[in-house]
Design a protein around this ligand. Structure first.
Ligand code: ADP
Length: 479
């Protein structure tokens, strides 16, 4: 078998057949064309039998080689791994093994390359997903409303502030065109225009008013284009920043400057006029001169109060106010303030009723500051109550909460509900009451600062337009 294996079974068969045929032809030529003798027949039979055996052996060998290869292929398919084919020496299919192995090597290389590319893609996808989550988290944490659209003007991102402002649910509105989601036509137009005329550097800021739950709010809208890697505009980001309050403060500051200058000018003009009259000798007798002096003094006091108000607010706000805390009887301080306000009230025929608790409790406070706060409340009550009205001033004690309480209630103009949340803001004046009295919108701000910032107390108001107001302040009782 080893000799047969070395020269190849097929070749051996061919050799044997050739030898048999040569022997038979030589015998036929040398003996003349005669019927074959017994020896010839034996030789032929032997030859035929040998070739059959050799062929059978050859077939089995080929079948074994094919089975071996098939097993190796199956093992590869099962493990999913490429390996090289192993062939026995002299294998009848050995000619196939080399090209097959080359093919396998090439396939293995390509699969490994594809796997590496796939791993890279997975990493990239994970990074992109993390970055997307990060960006979304930033957008969702912003208090400004943020809307992101794609190149088809479809909504692809919106935060909670945008949902609240524009009244849509993002989940249900995703991939819908913005005109289906946003009812504000101007905003829709702005987003479309930005995308249409967009360039990578396009960024514009537009001021626009949007009706939010029935009340108009002013927004500064920043519109920017989203640019894809190939430089094309692939969408728009709109950020809506509510500037209603900023605009209101700017307006209030302008009003304040004109109010303050008016307030400063009026007493100054009065002082100047009376001084000139005195210089010109227009006050002939002592009584008239005294009246002039008193008017000058009152106007100077008014000027002083106004400037003090402005300074006190800024001192308390910046925390540099000097306070002299001492035990005081609230009833006593309030009574003194009523005495100061009485002439003003009498001039308007307004009655001031005092309701003071019989027990006197002490609070630890700055006497001048509390007196100033009470006087501001009383003078407002007089200013915004028409002639013949009534002011009730009460001082009581809430022992359970450990506070002394002072109420200043009037039967005056009252404050509309819409103004109430702003009444303690700096420079805020109620439009509906503006004609009733002059002012700067600083009085209540100062009271709020004195009671709450400087004394840890509480100032509140209840009011009904046309019926009157009650301002209440509370101060902690001394322990
Ligand atoms: P002003 O100098 O304008 O009086 P304040 O800060 O004292 O400033 O008050 C702010 C605004 O609140 C006033 O302009 C007024 O419209 C309103 N107001 C204050 N007190 C009363 C009151 N007792 N009754 C009605 N309106 C009041």
């Amino acid at each position: 078998m080893t000799v047969a294996t070395r020269i190849g079974l097929r070749n051996l068969t061919l050799i044997l057949l050739g030898a048999g045929a040569a022997y038979y032809i030589t015998a036929a030529v040398t003996r003349g064309l005669v019927l074959p003798g017994k020896l010839d027949l034996l030789a032929l039979a032997l030859l035929a039998a040998t070739s059959q055996t050799v062929l059978a052996v050859f077939r089995r060998q080929v079948q074994r080689d094919v089975a071996s290869m098939s097993q190796q292929f199956q093992a590869m398919a099962k493990s999913g791994r490429f390996g090289l084919l192993m062939a026995d020496r002299g294998c009848e299919l050995s000619q196939l093994t080399r090209p097959a192995n080359e093919l396998i090597s090439t396939a293995r290389r390509q699969v490994e390359e594809a796997q590496a590319a796939n791993r890279e893609l997975q990493i990239q996808a994970r990074i992109a997903s993390a970055e997307k989550n990060h960006t979304e988290a930033i957008i969702f944490s912003i208090s400004d409303a943020v809307i992101v659209t794609n190149r088809f003007d479809e909504l692809i991102l919106a935060n909670q502030a945008a949902e609240d402002l524009l009244g849509f649910a993002f989940e249900a509105s995703q991939r819908k065109t913005i005109d289906q989601v946003i009812s504000d036509g101007t905003l829709v137009r702005l987003i479309r225009e930005t995308r249409n005329h967009g360039r990578s550097f396009t960024r514009k800021v537009v001021e626009h008013s949007i009706d939010r739950k029935g009340s108009p709010r002013t927004f500064s809208i920043t519109l920017s284009c989203v640019v894809s890697v190939n430089g094309e505009v692939s969408g728009v980001v709109a950020v809506l920043h509510d500037i209603t309050r900023e605009k209101e403060i700017a307006r209030m500051k302008t009003d304040f400057v004109s109010n303050v200058s008016h307030e400063l000018k009026t007493p100054l003009a009065s002082i100047k006029a009376y001084v000139e009259m005195l210089v010109d000798g227009e006050a002939k007798d002592e009584k008239t001169r005294r009246e002039f002096y008193e008017t000058i003094s009152a106007e100077a006091d008014r000027l002083h109060r106004l400037i003090e108000n402005i300074l006190n607010i800024s001192r308390i706000e910046s925390g540099v106010v000097k306070m002299t805390r001492e035990p005081i009887l609230l009833t006593e301080v309030v009574r003194q303030a009523v005495d100061v306000a009485l002439p003003q009230a009498k001039a308007k025929k307004i009655k001031i009723v005092e309701r003071f608790a019989p027990v006197y409790y002490q609070v630890e406070a700055d006497r001048d500051m509390i007196s100033q706060a009470t006087l501001n409340l009383l003078s407002n009550a007089v200013k915004y109550t028409p002639e013949g009205g009534m002011i009730t001033v009460s001082v009581s004690v809430d022992e359970r909460r450990g506070v002394a309480v002072c109420d200043v209630a009037d039967t005056g103009a009252g404050i509309p509900a819409a103004d109430l949340p702003h009444i303690f803001d700096k420079f805020y004046r109620v439009k509906a009451n503006a004609k009733l009295a002059k002012g700067t919108g600083l009085g209540l701000t100062l009271v709020k600062h004195i009671i709450e910032t400087a004394h840890d107390g509480k100032l509140s108001v209840t009011s009904e337009a046309g019926k009157g107001s009650t301002f209440t302040f509370e101060l902690p009782l001394m322990k």
